[in-house]
Design a protein around this ligand. Sequence first.
Ligand SMILES: Cc1cc2nc3c(=O)[nH]c(=O)nc-3n(C[C@H](O)[C@H](O)[C@H](O)COP(=O)(O)O)c2cc1C
Length: 216
Amino acid sequence: MNVIEAIQSRRSTRAFLDSPVERKSIEELLTLATNAPSAINMQPWEIVVVSGEEKKRLSRILVKRMRERNISCGPGATRPLHPKFVNRQRELLNCILPRLSAGTRFEEFINEGSCNFYGAPTAMIITLDRAFSSARFTDIGIITGYLVLAAHEIGLGTCPIGLITAFEEEIMEELSLPQNRQVIIAIALGYPDPESPLNKARSGRAGLDEVVKWRE
Ligand SMILES: Cc1cc2nc3c(=O)[nH]c(=O)nc-3n(C[C@H](O)[C@H](O)[C@H](O)COP(=O)(O)O)c2cc1C
């Protein structure tokens, strides 16, 4: 697969096989992804790889807290959004909803699924030293992009999980992370379930006329 094919064919995985991902494959993936560019080559990321019983325990705690605190996936906006953004969210819902088992609500699937890393055997938690400003979130975004594409190339599925930042305290405590770390995003990682209709969902993209402005 070349880079163009990887970019075009990757989509988030929301149904994983139980099979664990071998340490060697995770190391290969991280070796590839850490080629990502970063400001002044500081490589400000630190990635905590959580697998096996630890991952199951973490998921149980996050799902419990999510139910207790009624946390839900949202756009993270401080003001009402332009309708185009609302429409794009609705498109994602329309893409996933028909693939859920009868009676499952979209929000329930996304909220519980995110906290459970959609059943993936591994969760990667990407953290940043709190000494950095929010400018370094860009670096985390870039390595996240590298991770999801490199995983795709080596036959692994991923789903970025932003929802878990609502449970930063719990994650820090459960994984014994030092106080200077900030949890920015997680990535669910595993082998995609080839039988699941969820993994056949392909969310659309806005055309260039919507997202690009030309100045000449
Ligand atoms: C920063 C970020 C946070 C995300 N958080 C979540 C999440 O909490 N739960 C989830 O199911 N998907 C999450 N996603 C996945 C997006 O929903 C997905 O990338 C988007 O719908 C486009 O679909 P695709 O990845 O299949 O191309 C997140 C993606 C990004 C980039």
